[in-house]
Design a protein around this ligand. Sequence first.
Ligand SMILES: Cc1cc2nc3c(=O)[nH]c(=O)nc-3n(C[C@H](O)[C@H](O)[C@H](O)COP(=O)(O)OP(=O)(O)OC[C@H]3O[C@@H](n4cnc5c(N)ncnc54)[C@H](O)[C@@H]3O)c2cc1C
Length: 461
Amino acid sequence: MDNLFSFLVAALIIGFFLWKYLRKEKKRAELARAAAEKGKLFSEGPRSQHPHIDANYCIGCAACTMVCPEGDVLAMLGGKAVIVNGYKCIGHSLCAEVCPVGAITMVMASPSMGEDMPYLTPEYETTIKNMFIVGELGGLALIKNAVNQGRECIDTIANRMASAGGRPISGAYDVLIVGAGPAGISASLRAIEKKMRYLTLDAGEIGGTVAKYPRQKLVMTSPVEFPMHGKFKKTELSKEDLIAFWKKVAERADFTCRQGEKVEDVKKEQDGVFTVTTPKGQYRARSVVLALGKSGSPRKLGVQGEDLPKVMYRLIEADHYVNKRILVVGGGDSAIEAAMGLGHQVGNQVTLSYRKEAFSRIKERNAQRIQESTRKGKVKVIFNSNPVEFTQGSVILAVNGKTQELPNDYVWIFAGGEPPTAFLKKIGVGFGAQDLTAAGSLEAKQARQARKVGQEVLATR
Ligand SMILES: Cc1cc2nc3c(=O)[nH]c(=O)nc-3n(C[C@H](O)[C@H](O)[C@H](O)COP(=O)(O)OP(=O)(O)OC[C@H]3O[C@@H](n4cnc5c(N)ncnc54)[C@H](O)[C@@H]3O)c2cc1C
């Protein structure tokens, strides 16, 4: 009798846990299906970097689906991780890091997606020998990727110099670094660490895109090996704190950068040495690292009145604007964050104009916050709308084929940047037919090679 009772209790306990497990699995499958539906709705696959999941290795633990800061890029379907919202991936690579069996590697999108990207080897070398591209210009966003690539690229250059006997070329820098955003800073500091003769030029200021973030923006990053410092462990800090950290390391390393000097041409001479031209002079270098970022100059709409001084493309100090009538144009995270930032200042009336019928490529957190802001009347969103004219005191919007005039003091346009494609083409960098293994860190590449992962086949999803 006792045995029977114990058996029944054990069966009940097992049954309870089984039921709980199955319920959790069902919920997970429902979430995955919902995410997949959303992905299908926007029918946008990965645009550049994204995880490649080797289904043969995936053990279905779902660790990768839970760690992504962008939300539902991955989901579990049929017991395996799959990409459901590839367009959301911006290359954090945390999924690859947490995968306990190494089933995930970061790869670039298919060649058709990446045909407007410069061709790069796994060492970030362009089609021109000894000319490299690192950071966001190469297709991988995020500060940690820029820092990793800047560092790794200089290591490649240093190794090549060492195997060539290490002798300097008279009158030429060992490396000339163009751009002082996170990729260029990291490359420059690594060059200092390696005792190389370097020159860094930036058209603007040290810090690149980060220096242009709105004031007190919270920067999300990942632990990264920072040259001349070691492991940088912070994962969340203000833009000001990040810049202050870079400045501190730069000062300690005696890093110098010629700011406000734009590179206009790079030419490889007969002797294999590059001549780099700026409005201020010409420099010779045996290798060139292009860390230009992708922001380039802000994309303009070509709308009448866009040249008025009240029309701007970057918002740094939202709290400088109060009691104003404001139009923000765009549907990405930058536009939404600017609209919310301005909407929370005293007395502002903020309208956000977006040409599509819904926001489709924004962070989950921003999607929730903009809903909250509209509910509280801080921001008014007008979908399916396009500005047709800006005047001194108003803006004219085309909304579903009809025009609307809104009183207005300021306009901010967030339509992305014109990448420096024309410049790259002018200096002879080859585009398209990307090597699918070109992205990611060296460690990831080594891991990938070790596992002999085949080419990414998007059709398998
Ligand atoms: C609003 C916003 C928020 C973001 N938030 C985050 C975040 O929280 N976490 C994160 O990891 N990433 C974030 N990112 C992405 C991150 O800022 C970029 O991926 C990173 O800055 C890229 O670094 P980079 O060095 O490749 O290029 P950039 O930072 O863009 O630097 C490029 C530099 O090159 C210079 N340059 C360009 N052309 C020339 C030329 N011809 N001659 C000389 N100099 C030139 C520019 O002046 C610039 O200083 C954000 C991006 C934006 C726009």
